[in-house]
Design a protein around this ligand. Structure first.
Ligand code: ADP
Length: 310
């Protein structure tokens, strides 16, 4: 199965590297406005595969995306000094207009997987520009925030992160919402389990964990300028769930008709991912505080999305 990546900077190339080493798809095609960069990244990643898999990795142009099952879009421009968030967003929307036109012409059947920030607004823009059904335009959303939350909760409780069932919902950004009320350790409500073992998840512990999840990207950016390995692996995870029709539940972004009274907003909820994209959404039971926080998060995203006037 062919997977395309448009935008082969740090995030796009990390996704390609993760897929090549994990054996996600059989062929990966890298496209970038800078073809020399796409060629160099493809060669570098291809040189890693003999140690791991037989995935073919090459650079190409849009026509080479023909018959791709999934196209990851990680193309974007970075903020100029003094540039507002909205101005940057508008420039990235212009990038998306040209990228999505190229992808749709070559691979109209592909599922689009969006990785460019601000993630939820760009997912909204991609769906509107492409005109694809909402379930075929997926944003990486809070997949990584959820992974970070599970890992911190696992550390706190002394259990493996994959036995922690908890999600971060809403915006991939400052207004994201960790959900405690329905979080589970194995099959036990996580708050009760934490009490049982004498490591309560009281307000202070929750705030500390939520701050660490929210601040993780900032901490990494301070040290190395940007983040790419974590999200690269997260993207590979989403693609595998599509190509293998796994129907795994992952917290990813998608344009959602209505959430807490906010209409037509792209945001993350636990969603079932399969060959046709998002197959279903699992709306968790939330307490009043979480509902209010999710409404606020939806409003933050919607504030930017509506300024784009699609
Ligand atoms: P990140 O850290 O998010 O990956 P980068 O700046 O490293 O950001 O990568 C963004 C990539 O997107 C760059 O390689 C850039 O050349 C590419 N890009 C920008 N505009 C376009 C476009 N219109 N079409 C294709 N690729 C683009």
């Amino acid at each position: 199965m062919k997977i395309g990546i448009v935008g082969t900077g740090m995030v796009g190339s990390a996704a390609g590297y993760a897929m090549a080493l994990l054996g996600v798809g059989t062929e990966i095609v890298l496209v970038d406005a800078n073809p020399a960069l796409a060629r160099a990244q493809a060669q570098d990643i291809a040189h890693a595969t003999p140690f791991a898999t037989t995935v073919a990795v090459r650079a190409g142009d849009y026509a080479d995306l023909k018959n791709a099952a999934v196209v990851i879009i990680a193309a974007g421009v970075s903020q100029k000094p003094g540039e507002s968030r909205l101005a940057l967003l508008e420039r990235n929307v212009e990038v998306f207009r040209s990228v999505i036109a190229g992808v749709m012409k070559a691979a109209p059947e592909a599922i689009l997987l969006i990785a460019t920030n601000p993630l939820d607004v760009m997912t909204f823009a991609a769906q509107r520009i492409s005109g694809l059904p909402v379930e075929r335009v997926i944003g990486s959303g809070t997949i990584l925030d959820t992974a970070r939350l599970r890992s911190l909760l696992g550390d706190h409780l002394g259990i493996a992160p994959n036995s922690v069932h908890a999600y971060v919902l809403g915006e991939h950004g400052d207004s994201e919402v960790p959900v405690w009320s329905s979080a589970m350790a194995g099959s036990v409500p996580i708050v009760s389990f934490a009490e049982q073992i004498g490591r309560p998840l009281d307000a202070a512990a929750r705030t500390q964990i939520a701050d660490q999840v929210r601040g993780a990207a900032y901490t990494i950016i301070e040290g190395k300028g940007a983040t790419w390995y974590g999200i690269g692996a997260g993207l590979a995870r989403i693609v595998r769930s599509i190509t293998d029709d796994e129907r795994t539940v992952l917290s990813v972004s998608m344009v959602t008709g209505e959430i807490e009274g906010v209409r037509d907003v792209a945001l993350s909820l636990p969603r079932v991912i399969g060959r046709e994209g998002v197959v279903a959404t699992l709306m968790p039971d939330l307490d009043a505080g979480e509902r209010a926080a999710l409404k606020h998060s939806a409003e933050v995203i919607s504030g930017f999305s509506t300024k784009l006037r699609f």
